[in-house]
Ligand binder design. Structure first.
Ligand code: CP3
Length: 343
């Protein structure tokens, strides 16, 4: 069983500290690029359970991570709510008809009906579970309602978040309605991922840092906690990892019924340990660009081991791996995490 990874998420003592990498399936792996080329484009790959299963398993075999992360994308959720998602080469994700008013929101499908359309995700999970080694865990995931809403409102990635922030300060009721509708879909979506077989849930709030600290709870964290509460009430055996990126000023105020706090690379691990280490298991947090140098990687892994002492910790990057990292350096990171923690 995948007991070691799940035990580590619950803060139990384990023989070694497990490790996985955010965006572990991706453009840095030639094997991934080959399957993506066969699929034609990225979204086709997400929609094809057989191929999505194959690329999910690649990093387990190739770089030796302790947990697989489901291959999909956070933006399949708004896509199935009725927004038309495309990935434009070199520009990233785009929605042709962004949500700017109540009528835009009303035409979106909500709740269980939207979650039921993501059958290809659940089929992918079932296939992965048939093939994943017994001692590896499968991590399912969602975007946080706030991070999803930034794409739904802006229509694409943004540096300024000006359209969502205009809504935040001049029409907060509408933003809350959007967040509440997304939250309902995500609750059912994650429940269906659990029923299909995932072992662990991670909630990515990649754009947490766009919100000023005094507003973060109101517009993001409380919705993430609502999702965690819903899942914990029904599935207490499934650990939940919260990953809000770049919010050191909020660490004093973190609350909620979840198990692991994912520390991003801009937050010092010792600081996170002081603020949250007794309440939550900490995940992280090597700066992903250290992967460009094996020496810098080793230095960071050893420092993390010194700070955490192999207790209540899961090794990971402090955000996603970049496409031009050499595969052997990614492997080196995993090997070093295992070496220092005694695997
Ligand atoms: O970690 C994993 O391997 C699991 C798969 C995964 C992907 N996206 C695959 C993907 C996960 C967990 C995500 C989450 C995701 N998607 C987030 C949150 C996590 C984070 O990194 O902060 C966000 C913000 C997105 C939205 C998204 N999808 C963006 C901004 C992009 C990049 C667009 C680009 O062209 O650079 C994607 C595409 C994407 N999702 C890729 C992968 C492997 C690259 C697509 C490709 O093969 O070209």
């Amino acid at each position: 069983m995948n007991k070691i990874f799940v035990d580590a998420c619950f803060g139990k003592e384990t023989p070694y500290t497990p490790v996985w990498m955010m965006r572990q399936a991706g453009r840095y792996l030639p094997e991934y690029m080959e399957v993506r080329a066969q699929a034609g484009n990225f979204l086709n790959l997400c929609h094809d359970p057989k191929k999505a299963c194959e690329v999910t398993l690649q990093p387990v075999d190739i770089i030796g991570v302790d947990a697989a992360i489901l291959f999909s994308d956070i933006l399949v959720i708004p896509d199935e709510m009725g927004m038309d998602l495309s990935f434009v080469k070199g520009e990233g994700p785009k929605f042709s008809d962004p949500i700017r008013c109540e009528a835009d929101l009303d035409r979106l499908i909500g709740g269980e009906e939207a979650a039921s359309k993501l059958t290809y995700v659940y089929d992918t999970i079932k296939l992965i579970k048939e093939q994943l080694a017994e001692d590896k865990a499968l991590i399912g995931f969602t975007g946080a309602p706030w991070t999803l809403a930034t794409y739904m409102i802006e229509g694409e990635g943004t540096k300024t978040y000006n359209i969502c922030k205009k809504m935040m300060y001049s029409n907060p009721e509408l933003l809350h309605k959007i967040l509440a509708k997304v939250t309902e879909v995500v609750k059912f979506y994650m429940e269906k991922q659990i029923l299909a077989g995932i072992d662990v849930v991670q909630i990515f709030d990649s754009w947490a840092a766009a919100i000023e600290p005094s507003k973060y709870d109101e517009f993001s964290w409380k919705y993430m906690v609502e999702i965690a509460d819903y899942l914990k009430a029904k599935y207490p055996h499934i650990p939940i990892i919260m990953f809000p990126k770049g919010i050191p000023a909020f660490l004093d105020k973190v609350y909620g019924n979840f198990d692991v706090f994912g520390v991003d690379w801009s937050t010092p691990m010792a600081y996170a340990k002081e603020k949250l280490g007794s309440k939550y298991v900490l995940q992280g947090n090597m700066e992903p660009c250290r992967l460009y140098s094996k020496e810098s990687t080793t230095e960071c892994v050893e420092a993390l081991q010194n700070i955490m002492g192999g207790k209540r910790h899961i090794f990971n990057l402090g955000h996603g791996i970049l496409p031009d990292v050499p595969v052997e350096n990614a492997k080196h990171f995993i090997n070093e995490c295992h070496r220092v923690s005694g695997k």
